[in-house]
Each structure stands twice: as C-alpha cells, then as structure tokens.
Write a protein that binds this ligand. Structure first.
Ligand SMILES: Nc1ncnc2c1ncn2[C@@H]1O[C@H](COP(=O)(O)OP(=O)(O)O)[C@@H](O)[C@H]1O
Ligand SMILES: [Mg+2]
Length: 258
C-alpha cells in the first residue's frame, strides 16, 4: 500500500509545470516560433539563450498568453491554456512574469504594488495581503522601502519589488525575460542573487538572460534558440564547454570576444 501511494506521488511530480507541444506562431510572413516542444518539470530552472530576434520573448509571452499561438498546445501543470475568460485568468495567475522594464504602478506604494494582485484577483483581505507582501518584500530585501513610490527606489530595488509582486500570486512557474538588461551593472547581482535564492527554494523558473554566470550557476538546463527554433538543449556544463551546433558556437564565440 505504501508503495502504491509512493508511486502515485512520484507520478504526480512528473507532470510538467509547463509543456509546449508543436507550438507554431507567425507574425505575418515571419515564422517566429517553429515547432517548439518544451517540457519544464517542477523545480527545474531552464535558461533560454540566443541571439536577439530569435523568439525568446515571444516564447515567454505565449506561455502566459500575452500572445496567441497559431497551432500546437501549451499546458500549465497539466491544463491546456484556455483561449480567454475566467479560466484563462485563473491559469495565468499560475505563471508569474518579470520583464526587463519593471513596470510597477508609479502612483502606488511599494507595498500596494505587491498587495494589489492578491486583493483584486484573488479576493484576499487587505490585512492578509499586507502580511504576505511584507514577507515577500523581506525575502527580496526591500521591506524597509514599503511606503515609498517606485521612482524613489533604485532600478535593482524596483526589479526585486517586481519579483515580489509576481510571487504574491503564488505562481507555479516564474518567467523572467531579461530581468537585468535594463539595470546599471552594480545592480545586476542583487537581482540575480534574489533569483538564485528562488531557484534554491525550488521555484520552477524559465529565465531569458544574457548573464552567462547565472546560467552556469543556476540553470539545470540551457536552451539555445535561433531563428524561432530550439537549436540546442543541454546542461550548462555541456553547452558552455561543448556546444554542438554552429549557431551556438558562433553565439558563444561572440560573447567571449566582446
Ligand atoms: N508584435 C510583433 N509583430 C511583429 N513582429 C514581431 C513582434 N514581436 C516580435 N516580432 C519579431 O519576432 C522576432 C522575435 O522577436 P522576440 O521574440 O522579441 O526575440 P528575442 O526576444 O529573442 O530578441 C523578431 O524578428 C521581432 O522583430
Ligand atoms: Mg527579447
């Protein structure tokens, strides 16, 4: 009997949190996502690398349906991403997203930025939302900024607030699209360290980044995209020491000489 319950829970754990099957998308004549197949399991950290214009942002945006797809399917924790309506809103809450530009609400305090989602989308009581938000702001190291407006914070602090805001929805997966690209160099590490902390706590993450140090340190798997296709998939160790495709070799070569 105990064996049965064990195997049941082991099977449940194998349901990918994100699963893309034969996903295609066009922007007019541009085939921006070409037959993308990708499974991300619970707790896995997948780093997406690739040259500009290869479709990385589009990939992220389809996963929480900021963009539609032409065909194929996207599942979040075993449920097909619905076209629209309440079911979409519910499933979308499972997918946290952090963009390059922090886009916090400029006229709301840091605390309000984090509590808004749980209150509006989940009907959480203010006191409970405040408590949750404060614990998340602690975790990302900006609790002492709670009463300020976003513009009063540094870029690195704002991006950590954006991470706390996404976490407040209790997502099953976090998507990061170049979260440090708009930051001054001295602020990059505080954001990457926050992300490394999340990864260590077991958060499932898909991270588009040009920070190769982060990829080496935190990624379970690296995906290399070029021209709308997943060209290569490997462990960071394999990818950085022994890339197989010409596109990946070219990409890495340019990074090193820059
Ligand atoms: N809304 C859009 N309409 C038309 N073309 C787009 C749109 N968004 C992105 N593209 C094009 O799709 C390609 C992939 O873009 P993107 O996903 O942003 O790539 P990446 O994030 O890897 O730089 C690029 O050629 C880009 O110009
Ligand atoms: Mg992009």
């Amino acid at each position: 009997m105990s064996t049965d319950s064990h195997s049941t829970s082991a099977m449940a754990d194998l349901t990918p949190i994100v699963k893309l099957s034969a996903v295609n998308k066009h922007y007019g004549p541009l085939h921006v996502l070409q037959n993308i197949n990708l499974e991300v399991t619970k707790g896995e950290v997948v780093v997406v690398l690739g040259p500009s214009g290869s479709g990385k942002s589009t990939l992220c945006r389809t996963i929480n349906r900021l963009e539609t797809i032409d065909d194929g399917s996207i599942e979040i924790d075993g449920k097909v991403l619905p076209e629209e309506g309440k079911a979409l809103a519910k499933l979308r809450a499972d997918v946290g997203m952090v963009f390059q530009s922090f886009n916090l609400f400029a006229h709301k305090t840091i605390l309000e930025n984090v509590t808004l989602g749980p209150i509006k989308a989940k009907g959480m009581k203010k006191a409970e939302a405040d408590k949750l938000a404060m614990s998340l702001l602690e975790r990302v190291g900006v609790a002492n900024q709670k009463d300020k407006l976003p513009a009063q914070l540094s870029g690195g602090q704002q991006q950590r607030v954006a991470i706390a805001r996404a976490l407040a929805m209790r997502p099953k997966v976090m998507l990061f699209d170049e979260p440090t690209s708009a930051l001054d160099p001295e602020m990059i590490n505080e954001v990457l360290d926050t992300m490394i902390g999340l990864a260590k706590e077991g958060m499932t993450m898909i991270v588009v980044t040009h920070e190769m140090g982060f990829a080496r340190k935190a990624a379970d798997r690296v995906i290399f995209m070029a021209d709308g296709q997943i060209v290569e998939e490997a462990t960071p160790e394999q990818f950085f020491t022994n890339p197989t495709s010409a596109r990946a070799k070219d990409f890495l070569g340019k990074l090193i000489t820059n």
